[in-house]
Design a protein around this ligand. Structure first.
Ligand code: 5GP
Length: 346
């Protein structure tokens, strides 16, 4: 046994220090970024915020709404080929820049991935997602996927430490998804004791990825727009959101009425709810590592998008970054023991 004693930080352990700035208005800030991805060499531009590949978040309806603002959606892996066909028929051609096809690493998953790509060769992004990206099996799967799809942009995860970011980039991934345990409906830390505070994970993994010319996606743990700004400030190239995009018209699932108020169900992808829905229950050798919650219905996602993008533009003006690209360089975090004033919060 060994203990690492240097303190690792989450979003609530820091604030961003304001800096002298020449920007006179938030409207002068550009949130668009351009990337050329490491292996696929494909060019991308857009606002690097992503809806998570959860069936209550990463839906086709969400992708349509977010793509209007050049935001990205990792489409969940449970749509049938027929649903993909129907969506691709209605989608404008630019949509392929703003969606990824998600897959696990089972043989059924890779067959389905191949079927989706043969049906829609114009799709560009693959999101290979496992709860634990540390297994050799996963690394080999990333290698195989790269051989099979040399021109596609491959996102792979999840991991939280630099050496594994390097390993996955060397195996052929373009973008590494970072985050173990911070998610709003994740119970991994409760069930296993495993995890890594998200801000430190971002800082360390971004450093490793950028050293090799790759990028990272900070995945999980953002509760408020300020957390999204902190994730970018820490070095994340993309920020993936689950809970913050849940509960909207475009999120999957039905509206539930409780005492006249409207709610939507939101659940982790390894919760009992998800496993009952998609794989017929929880296998007896494993525990559910996700929660199921009912969250107040929040209407169209458009308002939430404006709220997040407005907050981010404001962060940029506070530190004098005219482009999102400059935010990390302009960020000085201060360690704190207080966050916002909650006197009037419910
Ligand atoms: P959020 O933005 O809601 O804080 O986090 C979203 C992320 O939580 C997802 O992108 C995914 O990485 C993670 N996640 C989703 N469902 C589950 C689950 O059932 N268990 C765990 N451990 N993580 C989950």
């Amino acid at each position: 046994m060994r203990i690492e004693t240097d303190l690792k930080l989450g979003f609530t352990d820091v604030m961003i220090r304001p800096k002298r700035s020449t920007l006179s208005s938030r409207s002068l800030v550009s949130l668009e970024r351009e990337f050329i991805f490491l292996h696929s060499k494909q060019k991308w531009s857009g606002v690097p915020i992503m809806a998570a590949n959860m069936d209550t978040v990463g839906t086709f309806e969400m992708a349509t709404a977010l793509a209007k603002h050049k935001l990205f959606t990792a489409i969940h892996k449970h749509y049938s080929l027929q649903k993909w066909k129907e969506f691709m028929q209605t989608a404008n051609e630019k949509i392929t820049d703003y969606i990824a096809v998600s897959s696990g690493i089972g043989s059924a998953d890779s067959k389905k991935l191949a079927a989706i790509f043969s049906q829609h060769p114009e799709l560009k992004f693959i999101c290979l997602d496992v709860a634990n990206g540390y297994s050799e099996h996963f690394v080999n799967f990333v290698k195989k996927t790269r051989e099979q799809y040399p021109d596609k942009i491959i996102m792979a995860g999840n991991v939280v430490t630099g050496e594994m970011v390097e390993e996955l980039l060397l195996a052929g991934a373009d973008l590494i998804k970072v985050g173990i345990g911070p998610g709003s409906v994740c119970t991994t830390r409760v069930k296993t004791g495993v995890g890594y505070p998200q801000l430190s994970a971002i800082i360390e993994c971004a450093d490793a990825a950028h050293g090799l010319g790759g990028q990272i996606v900070s995945d999980g743990g953002c509760k408020i727009p300020g957390d999204v700004a902190k994730a970018f400030g820490g070095g994340a190239d993309f920020v993936m959101l689950g809970g913050m995009f849940a509960g909207h018209t475009e999120s999957g699932g039905k509206i539930i009425e409780i005492n006249g108020e409207k709610f939507k169900q939101f659940y982790g992808m390894s919760s009992e709810t998800a496993m009952n829905k998609h794989v017929g229950g929880i296998a007896d050798y494993r525990a559910s590592e996700g929660k199921t919650v009912e969250i107040p219905f929040r209407g169209a996602v458009e308002n939430t998008v404006q709220d997040i993008l407005g907050g981010l533009r404001s962060t940029c003006t506070y530190v004098g970054a005219s482009r999102l690209k400059e935010l990390t360089k302009r960020t000085t975090f201060i360690r704190v023991q207080e966050q916002h004033n909650e006197i009037f919060s419910k």
